[in-house]
Design a protein around this ligand. Sequence first.
Ligand SMILES: *Cc1c(COP(=O)(O)O)cnc(C)c1O
Length: 422
Amino acid sequence: MSSSQIVRNPFAAFCRKALADIQAQGRYRRFTPLARRADAYPTYEYTHAPRAEPGPDVTVWSANDYLGMGVEPEVQEAAIAAIRAHGAGAGGTRNIAGTSPLHAALEAELAALHGKEAGLLFVSGYVSNQASLQTILTSMPGWICFSDRQNHASMIAGIKGARGATCVIYEHNDLADLEAKLAAAPVDAPKMIAFESVYSMDGDIADIAATCALARRYGALTYLDEVHAVGLYGAEGGGVSQRDGVADQVDIIEGTLAKGFGVHGGYVTASSEIVDYLRSAASGFIFTTALPPAVVAAALESVRLVRRQPWRRERLFERVATFRAKLDAAGVPFMDTPSHIVPIPVGNAERCMRISRRLLDEYRLYATPINYPTVPRGTERLRLTPGPFHTDAMMDDMVSALRTLLREESLDEQSGATSRAA
Ligand SMILES: *Cc1c(COP(=O)(O)O)cnc(C)c1O
């Protein structure tokens, strides 16, 4: 080959084709530019493209900062003080001068929250699941991981990434199916059951006690993702396992600092042995810069406040109940979940996108459309998460907008179908 010859790499052409397919399937992702207003949560500024004047205010109904802890003045102040004291970044991995007393204090606080011997921080909840599961499931040969069909992408990444381990998927929250699959597996194989407490799309909740009872019978380790429950459930916000009084029966409890705690970062809590092993073996823990001190200080303040202030949880659930009652009274259909999540079924991807778009453009309300592949086709929905700062007036606006749009969009579809048929 002469030195002047140019060989074209095929990736650019691949991207063009793949993106065209994604667009054709209605799956192309467009982010809505929203700037949170810390002084007026859940109000955000809708910041279209570069513009001089401020954008309009929008009430956001889909945020995962469920308790608004990210805008609590004490939490913000903790972050600011830590930046002034320690600077903006951690400056190294945990092993390379990146472990401050703040990191150790937060790990101890999280271990105490879940009644475990030890805790370990990761740079996000995603990484905590991916790294912990992959590390445990590659530790010994022959691991079998029983994984709930609706487990989060981060758990699937960890399980699938564990070469040599077998993944057995059981039907969602179906303990009879789980038991049949446990019983069919070799008795002496190391086993794990990986599941979540609150499933964030359907808003349903696992039976942790019964799952742990099965785990004991078949000698399985239990790994529980409490990401959508920490801060919200249990006397101190220790999650559904705390609410149900079964945290001691779960081997590994994983959580995030980014949802109910409103800051950033992920963690696992477990026995000292398991945590020590992950600390020494998990690549996704070892080879990445530690969380910045400001993030750790803010999260520590948030966890401390949330633990000792049950009124935050009570207020959240009062707001959720009020919102459901208002939807009910207006005849707006919703999935009646046992959690704080209120999905509004819409049933088709285009309609879901259209209603979300019109909520924003015509009513200045934002609700994320949830489409395939996040949920099965035909079950498209808007996922609403009412919080402690959604007022009655905000709720009335949302309920009446939904009632109008759901009616109009279904009529449009019928007339569209008629005219196509004609
Ligand atoms: C959001 C989420 C995670 C990831 O947590 P991050 O801190 O956002 O990375 C893990 N598990 C579940 C079930 C989630 O919904």
